[in-house]
Design a protein around this ligand. Structure first.
Ligand SMILES: *Cc1c(COP(=O)(O)O)cnc(C)c1O
Length: 500
């Protein structure tokens, strides 16, 4: 028996591509026929059809509404993706970003006409410097990975300025893939630093690798196992003693926001993912923003452009010659000044929370992660002893001999209405399940989530459930994809049937 007659299930409707819905000549607007018949295009008139689909307005509205409902997002479900900080995005921030004075301006406008926007950037910079205790910040990097590049380029500029070009960047084995990728992009050789067996960097292992060839050490703190690097001050000291600089990956800043001034940890550069910590919508490739704070040693090399406040108001410094005494900007990170819409949302978040509110948010984020860790560790296998910071890491030992993999387990969660956690990262534990609840989830949500995970773990261990897990998800618009095929032979372009 066929499941359904139409292939649809209630509101889960099979949606063809917009081009496949084309009805030539159909449009969403009714314009009067032109009264002037003169051909003003002449030879410029196109000879082939433009190739846009003909659709009515209700067709267009339904098409995009249906597609939007096929998505999993923080507005519809709990989204415990570790390392990604999928917290609720307050609507106040959206309202601020839509104010015409912020939304309808252009980077080519004269400074005198955008004083408010420049003041907003200056105020955001002030908050970031105040929270981190660092003397300078480059606002222009467009994401965390771009901020890493900015930090390493500042480090390279500082080393070259003292005539000490070095070749190697050290990275812990638990690092996010962007860290070694950034160092390699910047032209450095990457060497890996082992862990200490308790999910943290081995100080002895680091000291072994330090030397006059090392430009920088990149460290994530709290790290990707959700643990605070308690020896961070000794680590920074050892790096500085070897003449190198310390880059901190600040993607996990949500665990320490408002509580730790990273300047006190001996950090020279750190990016802050505004889209993670400061609550602006992200995922699916953007938009992001990765302002990078810089220490006294790196501040003179900060990239262009930046905002300064003078007697005549705010001004955007665009050229090295205007950068001021002692400044040697290493260049620029992107065409304009950065992701302004994200700046507005992030500052709106900071100002509405206040400094105490930000500290409470990081405290609640850590509390929520410890709640998950405590409720789950008896059944799932916790990779390291708690307490944890803002995320809880488990590995796949609890699935041993069940025939169920981390991937199968995650797919089964989708059928239960939960977005899976981060899987198979960090690489230092086998079959990782990394959960980051953030501060915006209630105890009810966390309990429903834990109850589900505990029930799924019991089901896996009870035996005979491998096929059930492997056939998940069952209630999604698409079932399990062939991931190798999807990665190797993605079909990214639609061709009209006539082109074959
Ligand atoms: C997200 C993340 C990054 C990269 O940030 P993007 O904004 O995605 O470029 C780097 N390191 C860690 C630990 C992260 O979680």
């Amino acid at each position: 028996m066929v499941d359904t007659i139409t292939g649809n299930q209630a509101l889960q409707i099979e949606q063809p591509l917009i081009f496949e819905q084309n009805e030539p000549g159909r449009t969403a607007v009714d314009l009067p026929a032109p009264t002037v018949q003169e051909d003003r295009l002449g030879t410029l008139r196109r000879k082939t059809p433009v190739g846009l689909p003909g659709l009515s307005e209700p067709q267009v509205v339904r098409h995009y509404t249906r597609l939007s409902q096929k998505n999993y997002g923080i507005d519809s479900v709990f989204y415990p993706l570790g390392s990604c900080t999928m917290k609720h995005n307050p609507r106040l921030n959206e309202k601020m970003a839509r104010l015409p004075g912020f939304a309808d301006i252009h980077p080519f406008q004269p400074d005198s006409t955008v004083q408010g926007a420049l003041e907003l950037m200056d105020t955001l910079a002030h908050w970031l410097k105040e929270l981190t205790g660092m003397p300078a910040v480059a606002l222009s990097p467009a994401a965390g990975a771009h901020g890493e590049l900015c930090g390493l380029m500042a480090i390279r500029a500082a080393l070259e300025a003292r005539g000490d070009a070095r070749k190697v960047v050290l990275v812990p084995e638990s690092a996010h893939g962007t860290n070694p990728a950034t160092a390699a992009t910047c032209g450095y050789e990457v060497e890996s630093i082992p862990g200490d067996g308790n999910g943290r960097v081995s100080l002895a292992g680091l000291k072994d690798k330090l030397g006059p060839h090392v430009a920088a050490f990149m460290i994530t703190n709290p790290n990707t196992c959700g643990l605070f690097e308690g020896e961070i001050v000794e680590i920074s000291q050892a790096v500085h003693d070897a003449g190198a600089l310390v880059y901190m990956d600040g993607a996990n800043y949500n665990a320490i926001m408002g509580r730790v001034k990273v300047a006190d940890l001996g950090i020279d550069a750190m990016h802050i993912n505004l889209h993670k910590t400061f609550s602006t919508p992200h995922g699916g490739g953007g938009p992001g923003s990765g302002p990078t704070v810089l220490s006294d040693a790196l501040a003179p090399f900060a990239p262009l452009p930046f905002v300064v406040h003078g007697p005549d108001g705010f001004r955007m410094v665009e050229h090295a010659r205007d950068a001021g005494e002692g400044q040697q900007p290493f260049g620029r990170m992107k065409g304009f000044h950065g992701q302004f819409g994200v700046f507005v949302r992030a500052l709106s978040y900071m100002m509405s929370m206040g400094k105490d509110g930000l500290a409470q948010a990081s405290g609640d984020a850590v509390l929520n992660a410890n709640y998950l860790h405590a409720r789950l560790k008896g059944s799932l296998s916790a990779s390291y002893e708690g307490p944890v910071m803002h995320e809880a890491l488990f590995d796949d030992r609890f699935l041993k001999d069940t025939g169920v993999s981390t991937l199968d387990f995650a797919k089964a969660m989708i059928d239960e209405g939960f977005h899976p956690m981060t899987m198979y990262f960090p690489l230092v534990v086998h079959g990782a399940l990394l959960m980051e609840p953030t501060e915006t989830e209630s105890k009810q949500t966390l309990d429903a989530f834990c109850d589900t995970l505990l029930a799924l773990a019991d089901k896996a261990r009870a035996g005979d459930a491998a096929d059930w897990f492997k056939s998940a998800p069952r209630h999604t618009p698409r079932r399990r994809l062939d991931e190798a095929q999807a990665a190797r032979k993605p079909v990214l372009r639609w061709s009209p049937p006539s082109e074959g």
